[in-house]
Design a protein around this ligand. Sequence first.
Ligand code: SAM
Length: 333
Amino acid sequence: MRDLRISVTDRCNFRCVYCMPKDVFGKGYAFLPKTSLLSFEEMARIARLAVTHGVEKIRLTGGEPLLRKNIEKLVEMLSALKTPDGRELDLTLTTNGALLAKKAQALKDAGLKRVTVSLDSLDDGTFRRMNDVGFSVAEVLEGIAVAHRVGIGPIKINMVVKKGSNDQDIVPMARHFKGSPFILRFIEYMDVGATNGWKMGEVIPSAEVVRRIRAEMALEEIAPNYTGETSARWRYQDGSGEIGVISSVTQAFCHSCTRARLSTEGKLYTCLFATGGHDLRALIRRGCSDDEISATIAHIWRARGDRYSELRTAMTGGALPAVAKVEMSYIGG
Ligand code: SAM
């Protein structure tokens, strides 16, 4: 266990068509009540115990993490944690950028090192269609610029590529961020959850993404930063930066996965495609000791056998595993 992703809210101010489609997550949707959510103290406690089991990297996510009130307080609590040998944690956050300009300074002051911003297109019409709430590209770019200005970095930009929606923007996105301080990463559209109507035919394989960019700009593959890195790295041969491709559909990386996920209401999941989690909130609220919770975490982790993406690959062309997967907005992206 090296990475812990904490979903701090199941709510979002976007309704991205591939993640929280409006017809499901509309006005009548029952989001979690406040009493169900882990408090910052409960999250920090689980994080502290996870660090004793090897976690070195924590990512705050959701839903949209910047919607959680006083999120910088949680950042401050987590940034005080140290690995058993005294090193600082790699503390980061994934955001849609809508509130980043407003929040960047407070996050930086609280100890946030870096941030990943989701941006699916530079074309305003396409972007508004994909986030489905009419949010503009310019406002996300402003959030990125402010985060950079206050010294949060390196900043990564995530683009989910969905065939027929934004694949025409692969090369323009690459061109735009080439030579900038920002690292652009292309994510294969995944069959997370059960509401996005995923079809294999809407996935653009990473190999195709690289092929399209290479046709215009010379690229060479470079070594991962560390074992288990989700993204394969490619560098522009003229020295103007790098891109990443995350191939969770066409090249599953379950075998090297070191990620645990803590849901908004305190369930520990050992896979993004899991059907169930382990209720740590119940242990906390029942008054269990650190040792008891720690032993439970160890037990869950040792027993894990998840390899959904590898099974999906093995079955491509046939039926997909028929499972009721949790939604990404609940478990955290
Ligand atoms: N609200 C934040 C954001 O927009 O980055 C954090 C949560 S979001 C679920 C995390 C990431 O998951 C985003 O980059 C989003 O684009 C990505 N994502 C959501 N659904 C996806 C899917 N079906 N396939 C691939 N990536 C997806």
